[in-house]
Design a protein around this ligand. Structure first.
Ligand code: GDP
Length: 444
């Protein structure tokens, strides 16, 4: 799904550091995860500890932190990890996190990108942005408070957005005397809810981000807990890439690379599968086929490329292919359709106007689309389906979406790249909704 508002905070890593980081740890697999929870559940503290323990902190930041924590930090803490993450960001002044911040760290086994998602209810949009690319979600719970409306809401969104690895981190265990009874109670509570929305499995951990229990090391304070520490679990879960690799080849075309009359290539990020020179591909929606002659990258030509790589493909024939088209394995192409059943998350103050035309962006395709009145909206507290005429801010509902041109798509459950979309207001250019295509109602 597109990410409209991704920011790289200056107090995390800047772009060149990200490149250097990715290069240094190239041989390791990468896990993308998000942290969710209500305000004050301890997300910033936990992320701060993960970064600190993996030494991904700049020294000048550390110095500033030590003096800062003396001034405003939580009493008694030598270093307040929450300050480390929040840094000088405006969120500290406002008291709430308002945008997704991506941070990078690594261990000996794996590299990680964590999207720090806001806890405040009105920022569903940021959560959806962060969750749409994540392999795993850490749902934080304050052990004193237990499962809250926000916990349910975030878990539901994570599940909807296709995250299959859910970690229930019962935090602030130090404040409930590391009570196993309290932990078990919360896990049972969450388990009942999780089952009701179709979450088949989750991993529960008793932690204290503040004191460090079970974050990077097993804790002597919880002898009754025999599972892995949070970091050991994050190092061991399967990454999503494996699914994408096993599926047929698809590459949405980002642009046509034609520097001179002798070279014409199609550039994009491979969404799924693998490709080699000699493979027969089909360009959609036209349906024309051709053979791949070269796979060009900045590092030279490749013998094979796979999901997650950005490449330029050269084809044997001069066929029509432009931005928004999808190049796919000839024998197993995706469908094109112009009417869909979709799940929508509404993100604008102004409610959805059924029948009004919005821009719909799906990968590199942009078409005009209308949304019909919702079939239902979901009450995230009770999971009931309720009748509704529109979608208000933060509402999650199911509706028919009709596009003015055929979209090459796959159901979101199979492909985030070809099944996730955003809706844009044609006048203000603001992103007003995010959606997932469930199934097609009319083939094009
Ligand atoms: P966020 O709003 O979810 O990012 O929460 P913060 O990380 O800012 O934490 C909110 C407050 O809870 C701060 O005062 C933290 O020091 C405190 N806190 C976070 N984790 C723990 C913990 O495990 N134990 C205790 N005792 N306090 C914690």
């Amino acid at each position: 799904m597109s990410q409209p508002d991704v920011i790289y905070q200056t107090d995390a890593l800047i772009a060149q550091d990200i490149d250097a980081y990715l290069e240094t740890h190239q041989h390791k697999t990468m896990l993308r995860f998000i942290t969710c929870g209500s305000v004050d559940d301890g997300k910033s503290t936990l992320i701060g500890r993960l970064l600190y323990d993996s030494k991904m902190i700049f020294e000048d930041q550390l110095a500033a932190l030590e003096s800062d924590s003396k001034k405003v930090g939580t009493q008694g803490a030598a270093i307040d990890f929450a300050l480390l993450v929040d840094g000088l960001a405006a969120e500290r002044e406002q008291g709430i996190t308002i945008d997704v911040a991506y941070r990078f760290f690594n261990t000996e086994k794996r590299k990680f990108i964590v999207a720090d998602c806001p806890g405040h209810e009105q920022y569903t949009r940021n959560m959806v942005t962060g969750a749409s690319t994540a392999d795993l979600a850490v749902i934080l719970i304050d052990a004193r408070k237990g499962v809250l409306v926000q916990t349910r809401r975030h878990s539901y969104l994570c599940h909807l957005l296709g995250i299959r690895n859910i970690v229930l981190a019962v935090n602030k265990m130090d404040l409930v005397d590391y009570s196993q009874a309290r932990f078990d109670e919360i896990v049972a509570d969450y388990g009942a809810f999780a089952a009701s929305i179709g979450i088949e499995a989750f991993t529960a951990l008793p932690i204290s981000g503040f004191a460090g229990d079970n974050v990077t090391q097993p804790s002597a304070n919880t002898p009754w807990y025999t599972g892995p520490s949070l970091i050991a679990h994050l190092e061991a879960v399967p990454v999503r890439g494996a699914d994408d690799l096993a599926r047929p080849f698809r590459m949405p075309v980002q642009w046509v690379n034609r520097p001179n009359l002798d070279f014409r290539g199609f550039s994009g990020l491979i969404a799924s599968g693998t490709i080699k020179p000699g493979d027969i591909v089909r360009v959609l929606p036209s349906g024309k086929t051709s053979t791949v002659t070269r796979i060009v990258t900045l590092e030279g030509d490749l013998d094979q490329a796979q999901a997650g790589q950005a490449v330029t493909l050269c084809l044997a024939d001069e066929i029509d292919c432009s931005r928004g088209d999808v190049i796919a394995l000839a024998d197993a192409p995706p469908e094109a359709a112009d009417q869909f059943d979709a799940t929508l998350v509404w993100m604008a103050d102004e409610a959805l106007t059924p029948g009004r035309a919005y821009w719909l962006k799906l990968g590199t395709q942009t078409v005009s689309a209308t949304v019909r009145a919702p079939k239902y909206v979901v009450n995230v507290n009770t999971m009931e389906h309720l009748a509704a005429k529109t979608l208000e801010l933060n509402a999650i509902g199911v509706a028919e979406v009709v596009t003015d041109k055929a979209l090459v798509y796959e159901p979101y459950a199979q492909s985030r790249a070809l099944g996730g979309f955003i809706l844009i207001d044609k006048i203000t250019n603001a992103t007003v909704g995010a959606g997932m295509l469930n199934f097609c109602l009319r083939r094009a």
